[in-house]
Design a protein around this ligand. Structure first.
Ligand code: AN0
Ligand code: CP
Length: 317
C-alpha cells in the first residue's frame, strides 16, 4: 500500500480485520520493518487520540516519529497558488510539502474541511497536494471528507463485539453547538457500506450526507424507529452538507441526544463514538458510562488500525 485515504486503499476488509487481530495479539513482532524509518505527522488541527495512537503504532513498528503542529511554531502556510504573498503567511505549502518530504519516509496528515469552499474540501485539496508533492507515502489522519483510521478502528471494534454475523449498525446524528466536518460520518458510512451489515443512517432533515457516502445505506428520519433492534449505535454530530447550508449548524435539538430511554429500544446495543464527545449533548452521562458503552476499546483500536496501515506502507517501501 502506498497511500491510505479511503476504504479502497485497504482492499479486502476481512483480510484487513484478520491482520489487525494478529497485530493486536503480537504488536511488537514487526519491529524490524520500521528500523531507520521516520514517520512525520503533520497536524493542521487538534488531536488527542490520533496523535498518541499513531505515534504508539509507529513505535511498535520500530519507527522514529516527528510531530509538527503547523499552527504552533511553524511558519503560517499559504495554500492558494497564485496569491501575492504580502499578507501574514510567510511560506507556501508548495515549498513546505517537498521540504517535509526530505526529512522522513512516511507522512501522516490531519487537515479538516475548512468550510470556505465546498469543492476544495470535497476535492481533498490539502492531502492531495501532500500526495502529489511530498515524494512520500501519505496517509490520512482525518482529511476534509474522510477519517479512515477511525473507521478502520470502528470496524475492528464491531467485529470484536458483534453477537451475530450481520449486525444492525445505526449511525445517528446528535446535537453539538459547533460546526463539525462530515468526515467521520462519511467515512464510517463508506466502511459500513463495504461490509454486509444492516446499516442505517438517521438524522434530522437537512443533514443528508453526500450521496456517494450514503451509498446503499437506509436513511431513516425517525431516530426512534432507526434504533429499534439495533446492535450498535454510532453517534456523531456533523454540519449540513447540502447547499446552501454547507458547513452550517441547522439544529441543536437535544431531542436527538442519545439517552437510556432510546437505548432501551435497541437490541441491547453497544454505544460507540469516535471521541472527543460532548456529554449531555451527543450522549447522556449514564449511556456513555454504561456497560454497553465501548468508546474506550474503540479508541484503543486506533493504535491497531494505525499499525496495520503503517505496516503495509513500510512493507511496500
Ligand atoms: C472532529 C470532527 O468531528 O471531525 C474530530 C473527530 C475525530 N471533532 C471535533 O472537532 C470536536
Ligand atoms: N477520534 C479522533 O480522531 O480523536 P482525535 O481528534 O483526538 O485525534
Amino acid at each position: 500500500m502506498r497511500n491510505f485515504t479511503n476504504v479502497q486503499d485497504i482492499g479486502d476488509l476481512k483480510g484487513a480485520v484478520k491482520e489487525a487481530l494478529e497485530v493486536k495479539a503480537n504488536r511488537f513482532a514487526y519491529q524490524h520493518l520500521g528500523r531507520n524509518r521516520t514517520l512525520l505527522m503533520i497536524f493542521f488541527n487538534s488531536s488527542l487520540r490520533t496523535r498518541l495512537s499513531t505515534q504508539k503504532a509507529a513505535m511498535n513498528l520500530g519507527m522514529n516519529t516527528i510531530v509538527l503542529d503547523v499552527n504552533q511554531g511553524a511558519w503560517k502556510l499559504e495554500t492558494e497558488r497564485g496569491v501575492i504573498m504580502d499578507g501574514d503567511k510567510p511560506e507556501h505549502l508548495l515549498e513546505a510539502i517537498p521540504v517535509m518530504g526530505c526529512y522522513c519516509d512516511v507522512i501522516g496528515v490531519r487537515a479538516f474541511a475548512r468550510f470556505e469552499n465546498k469543492e476544495e474540501d470535497y476535492n481533498e485539496t490539502i492531502i492531495n497536494q501532500f500526495i502529489k508533492y511530498s515524494g512520500r507515502p501519505v496517509f490520512s489522519m482525518e482529511a476534509a471528507t474522510r477519517h479512515p483510521l477511525q473507521s478502520f478502528a470502528d470496524l475492528i471494534t464491531i467485529e470484536e463485539y458483534k453477537r451475530c454475523e450481520r449486525p444492525k449498525v445505526v449511525l445517528s446524528w446528535a446535537p453539538h453547538p459547533k460546526s463539525l466536518p462530515q468526515a467521520v460520518p462519511n467515512s464510517f458510512a463508506e466502511w459500513m457500506n463495504a461490509t454486509d451489515y444492516d446499516f442505517v443512517i438517521t438524522h434530522p432533515k437537512g443533514y443528508e450526507l453526500a450521496p456517494q457516502f450514503v451509498g446503499k445505506a437506509k436513511v431513516e428520519y425517525d431516530q426512534r424507529k432507526a434504533f429499534e433492534g439495533a446492535d450498535f449505535i454510532y453517534a456523531k454530530n456533523w454540519s449540513a452538507y447540502a447547499d446552501p447550508n454547507y458547513g452550517k449548524v441547522l439544529s441543536t435539538d437535544r431531542a436527538w441526544t442519545v439517552d437510556s430511554e432510546k437505548m432501551g429500544l435497541t437490541n441491547n446495543a453497544f454505544f460507540m463514538h469516535c471521541l472527543p464527545v460532548r456529554r449531555n449533548m451527543i450522549v447522556t452521562d449514564d449511556v456513555i458510562e454504561s456497560p454497553q458503552s465501548i468508546v474506550i476499546p474503540e479508541a484503543a483500536n486506533r493504535e491497531i488500525s494505525a499499525q496495520v496501515v503503517l505496516k503495509r506502507i513500510l512493507e511496500s517501501l
